[in-house]
Write a protein that binds this ligand. Structure first.
Ligand SMILES: Cc1ncc(COP(=O)(O)O)c(C=O)c1O
Length: 392
């Protein structure tokens, strides 16, 4: 068969680091090993029944069998605006300040296409969610890393970025609660971000994928809650984590009108909007999901407590995450994050995500997900207990 040459944009796409890990796990399982997978970010709970029931009802609505309106149904945009008002006391104009997207992965790649030309610069967190890199690479733009260090609560330090780089930057990606470090942002940090963005004309994209998941009674801060945020950027919010709807592919962007318009413009050319019945079920989740989200956060907090106590009990040093459904664990001496992840697979059948997969500053850590049952997490701790060393 003919092998056609890929476009340069496609050739530039970064390697999917975690595909290698998935292969390794499959091989180990094929060899008869029973694995506990703490390496992935796929929510383990089902979508709440009131949402799936809503989809079932909506599927028979013939209005939805036709093409959806290009920008999505106005009722979903209204539900988004009401959700932001209820949850964050943020006012949004549903028509001009909300864009409906096919999952936030899509939006995060599209936004680079909207604002970056060849040679432009984007600021990305390192460690960070790898899809930020994909859009920047496709646009043939440059990526400037903003290292996230424990000593600075895994927040970027703008005073460590040169004026020249800040001046060149057109886009900045941020993500709190953070994947992979589980850090949360402060109001002061967002205020500083807005100052930097205003001064240097940078468009801020705040990825709020774990916005619903905060612990110890602390609700993670929306970027849009901070005065001036709408002027300098957007927040992307996925239904995947808040409502266990990862397979449904529904997300939205909210905030700056020109960014919303750009996202809708690019989407007009790629797609017609999501299946109307999915939009109706998404609206149902946003309107009536408060209780189910509360239960989900309680579940993750129980698992977090269990893992933190479990690790401490067997002599491992861990910081209790404040948000997201991840823990960011320092690795023992003598390993790299990859060699430690391999070691855990081979020796105790535990899968974790090597920190280096999230960028060079992720080295020294592995990411652990809270996405297994309490029984399996207990078993995971028992397996760690059999190791003859810790990270102390
Ligand atoms: C930080 C972050 N952003 C975005 C996404 C993508 O979410 P989705 O494409 O399901 O909306 C994920 C998924 O794991 C994530 O961890």
């Amino acid at each position: 068969m003919k092998q056609f040459t890929y476009s340069k944009a496609l050739e530039r796409l970064p390697e999917q680091f975690f595909a290698k890990l998935v292969d390794k796990v499959k091989r180990a399982e094929a060899g008869g090993k029973e694995m506990i997978n703490l390496g992935q970010g796929n929510p383990d709970q089902p979508t709440p029944p009131f949402v799936t029931e809503s989809l079932k009802r909506a599927v028979d609505n013939e209005v939805y069998h036709k093409y959806s309106p290009f920008k999505g149904f106005p009722f979903l945009k209204r539900s988004v605006a009401n959700f932001y008002k209820r949850e964050y006391d943020v006012d949004l104009d549903p028509e001009t300040e909300v864009a409906i997207m096919f999952g936030s992965k899509t939006g995060l790649v599209e936004v680079s296409q909207c604002f970056l030309d060849e040679g432009d610069t984007a600021l990305v967190p390192d460690p960070g969610y790898p899809d930020y890199w994909s859009g920047v690479a496709m646009a043939n733009a440059n990526m400037e890393k903003m290292p996230l260090f424990k000593g600075n609560q895994f927040l970027p330090q703008y005073d460590q970025i040169s004026e020249e780089t800040l001046h060149k930057a057109k886009l900045m990606f941020l993500n709190y609660p953070n994947n992979p470090t589980a850090a949360t942002a402060t109001k002061a940090f967002f205020e500083e971000t807005i100052d930097v963005a205003n001064k240097h004309d940078i468009c801020v994209v705040h990825d709020f994928a774990y916005g619903a998941i905060g612990f110890d009674g602390e609700k993670p801060l929306s970027f849009l809650q901070v005065p001036g945020a709408k002027n300098v950027g957007v927040e992307m919010y996925t239904m995947s984590k808040t409502f266990n709807m990862a397979g449904w592919r529904v997300a939205f962007a909210v905030g700056n009108k020109s960014v919303i318009q750009a996202l809708e413009l690019v989407q007009d050319h790629y797609y017609v909007s999501l299946f109307g019945a999915v939009q109706e079920a998404a609206a149902e989740a946003l309107d009536n999901g408060e209780e189910s989200v509360k239960e989900l956060v309680e579940l993750y907090e129980t698992r977090r407590n269990q893992l933190v106590e479990g690790f401490r009990d067997i002599g491992w040093r861990v910081d209790a995450p404040q948000g997201s459904f991840f823990m960011w664990l320092e690795i023992p001496e003598g390993f790299t994050s990859e060699s430690f992840a391999d070691y855990l697979i081979d020796e105790i059948g535990i899968v974790v995500a090597p920190g280096v997969g999230f960028g060079e500053y992720g080295e020294g850590y592995v990411r652990i997900g809270l996405l297994e049952s309490e029984e399996r997490l207990r078993e995971a701790i028992d397996r760690f207990r059999t190791l003859s060393f810790t990270n102390q």
